[in-house]
Design a protein around this ligand. Structure first.
Ligand code: ZN
Length: 407
């Protein structure tokens, strides 16, 4: 909150800044480091940390290593603190996780689905509701990544599965989920905790059954006017002429990803089927992998010419394609670069987050909404027993969590 004028507003502003700093560093920095980073007075930091601990937003642990003198404290997530539920809905399965402040993630479920909107989102909605009941007020939001363009409000199209304008929030039955594209979420996570940290203009590509790509500017994936950006995969960058399930012809994503690997070796593909076989092809067929990597490299060159990114990061199968056939990728990419780009090509790297990017990006979106003065005020209102001298109310509120495991 810029322009905080009253002391209350200033305190709220500093609480958000401190929690944000703890979250962004992955709960690794000591209180004194954070105090310096945020230009806080030591006394102010002590009061802030004490207040946040009282509200079960933070908990301090002694640093593992410290020099002489008093042990240094590291602020991190409170054992009864806020949780983001994050989901990555892929074409064949969904993964649901609970994420603490700082980004520590516990997988709660991984379940295959039948590919229909109801058969996918119905059981997922039930699982979310069950974990919400179990975790109670600790759940501050739900973020859902989907493998298709998502319009503002949560309408999604997944061409491979035949989904058109599927109303995700309605079918989930979940209160106000944050619904987004998997590539855009993976890119957001890469910008926050991966290899696009501190990069002003980056390009992120996520490869699963097909390929998605998005430009990341100042840490934010460009979402487009209606929210359906992150669709570089549906540009004719490789000169192909196959019709794509999206309705266009010659899309780049027809040539990169699990579907393209399966097609290359003559196996059936599409409809979110064949992940295990595609992984076998990826591990065993050098030719199929090289063909995928060449198509990936050619498209990257076109996008680098257009956008001049500092870095190109790859997640999902992109990590393996680059690892296994990096040379083929570069041999295809470099001739496609303009001369002025060839002198200073961007670095190309596999993601530091592997397959977790989409899930972590969904988490970041939930904490972005929570780590605001309004979000923290809601937390306080939902914890009427916290920070007051009313021990009997405290006992009542937390009795439901007694004996339960931390998550
Ligand atoms: Zn397409």
């Amino acid at each position: 909150m810029i322009g905080a004028t009253t002391s209350g507003e200033l305190r709220a502003h500093n609480r958000v800044r401190l929690l944000r700093a703890v979250h962004d560093c992955g709960a690794t920095r000591t209180r004194s480091q954070l105090t310096r980073d945020l230009h806080l007075a030591r006394g102010t930091a002590s009061v802030l940390v004490a207040g946040l601990a009282e509200h079960e937003l933070l908990h301090e642990e002694p640093a593992r290593e410290h020099g002489r003198g008093r042990p240094t404290q590291v602020p991190g997530p409170h054992p009864r603190g806020p949780l983001a539920l994050a989901v990555d809905v892929r074409e064949d399965a969904w993964e649901l996780a609970a994420c603490e402040l700082g980004g520590r993630t516990t997988v709660l479920g991984l379940q295959p689905h039948d590919g229909t909107p109801e058969g996918t989102l119905g059981p997922l909605g039930d699982a979310i509701a069950a974990h919400r009941r179990r975790l109670g007020h600790r759940v501050v939001g739900v973020g859902v990544a989907l493998a298709g363009p998502v319009r503002h409000g949560g309408l999604v199209d997944i061409a491979h599965l035949g989904w058109r304008s599927v109303d995700v929030p309605r079918l989930l039955g979940t209160k106000a989920p944050i619904v987004g594209n998997d590539t855009a979420f993976a890119a957001l996570a890469e910008a926050r905790r991966g290899r696009l940290q501190g990069v002003r203009v980056g390009l992120h590509l996520h490869v699963d059954f097909d390929l998605g790509g998005v430009l990341v500017v100042e840490g934010r994936p460009l979402g487009g006017a209606s929210g359906t950006g992150a669709e570089f995969g549906h540009m004719p960058l490789t000169g192909g002429d196959r019709p794509c399930p999206c309705g266009a012809t010659g899309c780049w994503s027809m040539d990169v990803g699990a579907n393209a690997l399966l097609r290359h070796v003559g196996l059936a593909y599409g409809g979110g089927r064949g992940r295990a076989q595609a992984e076998e092809v990826l591990a065993g067929s050098e030719e199929a992998v090289a063909a995928n990597a060449r198509a990936l490299g050619r498209g990257i060159a076109a996008l680098v010419n257009a956008h001049d990114p500092e870095a190109v990061t790859l997640s999902g199968h992109g990590v393996e394609l680059y690892g296994r056939a990096g040379q083929a990728l570069m041999e295809s990419c470099v001739p496609g670069l303009m001369a002025i780009r060839r002198d200073h090509p961007p670095r190309i790297e596999g993601s530091a987050l592997g397959w977790r990017g989409a899930l972590l990006g969904a988490m970041e979106s939930v904490f972005d909404a929570f780590l605001t003065p309004e979000g923290l005020e809601r937390w306080r209102e939902n914890h009427p027993d916290q920070g007051r001298d009313t021990p009997e109310r405290s006992n009542v509120t937390h009795s439901t969590l007694k004996g339960a495991k931390p998550l």
